[in-house]
Design a protein around this ligand. Structure first.
Ligand code: HEC
Ligand code: HEC
Ligand code: HEC
Ligand code: HEC
Ligand code: HEC
Ligand code: HEC
Ligand code: HEC
Ligand code: HEC
Length: 506
């Protein structure tokens, strides 16, 4: 089979460490997403690297230019013996996993390190080194709990961390004996190590062993966006500004991240063997990642799929008001110019996380409002229900307070004549049909239909309906808003609109 990907030349220098820091910054897990944002300097460096990669000259798999590891020191083994680190790993490549038993990020990556250890087999030794602040028993517990293969050691003198400038856990150094006797080289360093990066460790190791690195990308295996981002940085950064990168966070905020009815479309690969597993909140496959559209492992190894065919598996009629590929595609642009401007990037990322980003798909169909008088003949039951509910009286409420002409108030209490015009008049009928269902011009002209008006189908109220309702029921105006309660009340007024009368054929 023809090799689909060029591997960047192994001679150029790169700083995988800086890259790792940067990758982590977009959001280690949904928990930290709101806090972390890439710092400007990292970003500048990262985009320089991205340009190298784009030119095919970047050395993204580490090696060349990394300073030699410092391994001439003693550690204490899990059994309490003092051992010499350089002697321990003199025989061949080693993956040094530097961790701290009390660190939540270490807990997150430990299972992945465990699986990596299993796969390394005889290619490299896995050495777990606990930071000096750990007790030996805590370090032993950690390794046993996560079933890490290999042995555990403690950096009791803190020489390993200080001499290798390891300032945070978890970190991973990939080392190998160098040609000169007694020497070592650093093949790659991941500081910190983030979920999904074990692929990079394996690829780097393979190229060191003279094997095809791409052979380590397993068919059908999901890796998560950080593994992809190490090589496709522009794409990763741009993805970080899209709603896909916070899809799991959205569920988490609404306390629905455990709900099997919701999770599938807000994560990557759920239901597939190596895909997202319900309840695994720290998985690199939480959120709609690269592989949700590109397929597991991306386009490597000959498995290429058209990402455009994936959209509508999630953006179906009930979950995406008006999904239309032509309108949606520009919003998954992988080369957004903002990623080159750290300040703009930070602001956009923050706006996204805070729920202030534009939602380009959440738009009504085009056309003019006609007022509820245009609906009543075909929808008498819904009209009667509407009249008995609170929305029909919304304008009267303002009139009582002599605020019916106050532009500050009226936009939420009445229906605008024109959905697009800036200078707009109002119908004087309160919050009516088209306030929720969108402009009826096309629908009425067609004398009915379901693709020209929003049906507000009920299979996923949260996805669309909540956004609609809360455009007026804001926290300021309605602090006690709750979708389930308020939607139930609405449905009671609006209850079971009788089937629309089919108009007689003209
Ligand atoms: C070790 C670096 C590396 C990693 C990791 C990596 N890629 Fe790639 N990828 C490449 C290179 C190099 C190419 C070829 C680019 C070219 O030919 O211009 C490529 C090509 C692609 C393409 C096809 C581009 C095209 O023009 O058709 C897609 C899609 C892609 N990768 C997605 C992914 C995804 C998704 C992941 C994560 C699962 C990933 N890649 C991980 C380096 C990498
Ligand atoms: C695995 C499911 C999934 C796939 C596949 C998917 N999306 Fe999405 N998409 C989502 C979810 C979920 C959100 C909302 C995330 C949030 O806001 O929390 C979203 C949001 C969006 C948004 C911004 C939403 C808005 O309100 O305007 C756009 C644009 C978009 N997707 C386009 C696409 C396109 C184009 C494709 C195909 C190339 C695609 N999506 C594929 C699940 C998916
Ligand atoms: C069939 C796939 C699918 C399922 C199942 C699904 N969603 Fe979504 N969800 C989406 C898509 C696609 C979007 C983006 C919609 C858009 O912007 O057009 C979205 C958007 C959202 C949003 C963002 C809307 C906003 O407020 O801006 C929320 C919240 C949400 N979904 C919650 C849920 C909950 C809760 C469930 C379970 C009851 C769920 N989703 C099930 C696909 C799905
Ligand atoms: C919402 C779906 C979606 C997601 C998520 C997504 N992509 Fe893409 N990607 C696309 C589409 C659509 C194209 C354009 C394909 C085309 O034009 O045929 C594309 C193109 C690419 C290409 C080809 C060259 C380029 O950049 O245009 C690469 C490489 C790539 N994506 C990598 C990634 C990586 C890495 C991630 C995650 C950080 C990612 N994609 C996330 C939909 C997606
Ligand atoms: C000439 C008759 C007629 C008029 C006038 C009319 N409708 Fe309808 N409407 C229909 C028919 C027929 C259907 C059912 C289509 C179907 O189920 O195939 C329908 C369906 C709907 C639906 C459900 C759509 C869906 O996707 O399930 C909504 C909402 C709706 N109409 C709102 C309105 C509003 C708002 C107005 C006034 C602006 C209005 N209609 C005016 C005939 C009409
Ligand atoms: C265009 C703005 C707007 C939209 C959209 C809207 N509402 Fe309202 N709603 C109002 C106003 C204004 C009132 C207060 C009416 C009054 O008492 O004068 C209200 C009142 C209510 C009430 C009764 C008062 C309360 O909060 O207890 C309920 C329940 C309600 N709305 C539910 C909903 C639901 C559910 C949706 C979404 C399907 C929705 N609304 C969409 C503006 C809106
Ligand atoms: C962002 C949309 C929005 C704006 C702007 C708005 N309202 Fe409201 N208003 C609502 C909603 C939603 C409710 C229903 C809240 C509820 O009852 O829980 C409401 C309810 C009311 C009520 C009934 C509250 C009660 O306690 O019975 C009054 C009175 C009112 N609004 C007056 C005003 C006035 C006066 C202004 C302008 C200064 C205004 N509103 C601006 C959305 C809005
Ligand atoms: C405050 C928002 C709101 C207003 C105002 C409103 N509706 Fe609805 N409408 C909804 C929601 C939400 C649903 C879905 C209810 C459900 O799932 O049971 C719905 C359902 C419907 C349906 C049934 C759609 C289907 O697929 O079965 C029709 C028809 C309809 N509305 C017509 C109207 C007409 C006509 C008016 C004005 C007289 C109106 N609505 C006013 C929110 C509203």
């Amino acid at each position: 089979m023809e090799e689909p990907c060029r591997l960047p030349s192994p001679t150029q220098a790169a700083t995988t460490g800086m890259l790792a820091v940067f990758l982590v910054a977009i959001g280690f897990a949904t928990q930290t997403i709101a806090r972390d944002n890439p710092a400007g300097s990292e970003l500048q460096g990262a985009s320089a690297l991205a340009r190298q990669v784009a030119r095919g000259t970047g050395q993204v798999l580490g090696g060349g230019g990394l300073s030699a590891p410092q391994l001439g020191m003693t550690l204490v083994s899990g059994a309490g013996d003092v051992v010499q680190l350089d002697e321990l790993i003199a025989a061949g490549p080693a993956v040094l996993f530097y961790f701290s038993a009390g660190c939540s990020h270490c807990e997150e990556v430990a299972p992945e390190i465990g699986r990596l250890g299993q796969r390394l087999n005889a290619d490299a030794a896995l050495i777990a080194i606990a930071s000096g602040s750990n007790s030996l028993s805590a370090a032993r517990d950690f390794v046993a709990r996560h079933q890490l293969p290999g042995s555990v050691y403690k950096d009791f003198s803190r020489q390993f961390s200080s001499r290798n400038r390891l300032q945070s856990t978890p970190s991973v150094l990939l080392t190998a004996p160098s040609p000169e006797p007694g020497g070592f080289e650093t093949l790659a360093e991941y500081r910190p190590f983030a979920p999904g990066m074990s692929l990079l460790v394996e690829m780097r190791l393979a190229s060191h062993l003279g094997e095809d690195p791409w052979s380590r990308v397993e068919q059908g295996q999901y890796y998560g966006p950080k593994a992809c981002g190490a090589c496709h940085l522009d794409e990763y950064m741009s993805w970080g500004l899209s709603h896909h990168s916070i899809a799991y966070w959205t569920l988490h905020k609404g306390q629905r991240a455990e709900d099997p009815a919701c999770v599938g479309c807000h994560v990557t690969g759920m239901g597939e063997p190596s895909g997202f597993v319900l309840g695994d909140h720290h998985s690199p496959l939480a959120d709609v990642g690269c592989e949700a559209c590109h397929g597991p492992g991306g386009a490597h190894g000959g498995s290429s799929r058209d990402p455009k065919l994936s959209c509508e598996t999630c953006h179906d009629k009930d979950h995406s008001v008006r999904f239309d590929l032509e309108r949606a595609l520009p919003h998954v642009d992988h080369f957004r110019p903002e990623i080159l401007e750290p300040v703009a990037y930070r602001e956009l990322r923050q706006a996204l996380v805070d729920g202030r980003a534009e939602r380009p798909l959440m738009a009504f169909p085009k056309g003019k409002h006609l007022g509820q008088g245009a609906c009543v003949s075909c929808h008498p039951a819904a009209s009667k229900g509407w009249r008995s509910g609170p929305h029909a009286g919304a304008l009267k409420t303002l009139t009582k307070r002599n605020a019916q002409h106050n532009p500050e108030c009226i936009s939420c209490h009445d229906l605008a004549r024109d959905s697009d015009a800036a200078e707009r008049g109002y119908f004087g009928e309160g919050v009516s049909c088209e306030s929720c269902h969108g402009p009826g011009e096309q629908h009425v002209a067609a004398r009915g239909g379901t693709d020209n008006i929003l049906g507000l189908g009920s299979s996923c109220p949260e996805c669309i309906i909540e956004a609609l309702c809360t455009s007026c029921h804001t926290p300021e105006q309605d602090p006690s808003w709750s979708l389930t309660g308020d939607l139930d009340r609405l449905k009671r007024w609006h209850r079971a609109p009788a089937p629309a009368r089919r108009p007689a054929s003209p």
